[in-house]
Design a protein around this ligand. Structure first.
Ligand code: SF4
Ligand code: SF4
Length: 127
């Protein structure tokens, strides 16, 4: 679909790799869980050690950084040019967001409230 190709270029976005404005307001820093069933958990203890923290209830979470609380594995400039540095090993939760789906739209909206690099999605008719 043209709309998807034009608007939802994940390598020029990164919104879903950052904690949400709502979570930040509530001081919830657990955004991306890494579960025992995740390939990184099973096969990359080095990455688990370097990139995750353990929350209050013992769950591994991707470490978040900076004012946007972006995942530590997200490299590049938000809204311009980003990449996941552990794409092959990324947690299952990351694999479930699809460009243009409900979670994607929510993440983009949340990020737009804090960052002016994520553009509004225009109406289908305007493309
Ligand atoms: S919020 Fe949507 S467009 Fe942006 S990186 Fe995530 S899936 Fe891709
Ligand atoms: S692990 Fe990769 S895909 Fe998942 S939130 Fe971090 S940067 Fe994004």
């Amino acid at each position: 679909m043209l709309r998807d190709r034009v608007l939802f270029d994940c390598q020029a976005c990164g919104a879903c790799c950052c904690n949400t404005a709502k979570n930040i307001a509530l001081d919830h820093r657990g955004y991306i869980e890494v579960l025992p069933s995740d390939v990184m958990f099973m096969r990359r203890p080095d990455l688990m050690c370097a990139l995750t923290v353990i929350d209050d209830v013992g769950v591994h979470q991707m470490r978040l950084e900076g004012p946007e609380q972006r995942c530590t594995s997200l490299k590049g400039e938000l809204g311009e040019n980003v990449t996941c540095s552990i794409y092959r090993w990324r947690p299952e939760g990351c694999r479930q967001v699809t460009a243009g789906d409900e979670e994607c739209l929510k993440a983009r909206k949340s990020m737009r409230a804090r960052h002016d690099n994520v553009p509004e999605e225009p109406d289908e008719d305007s493309l």
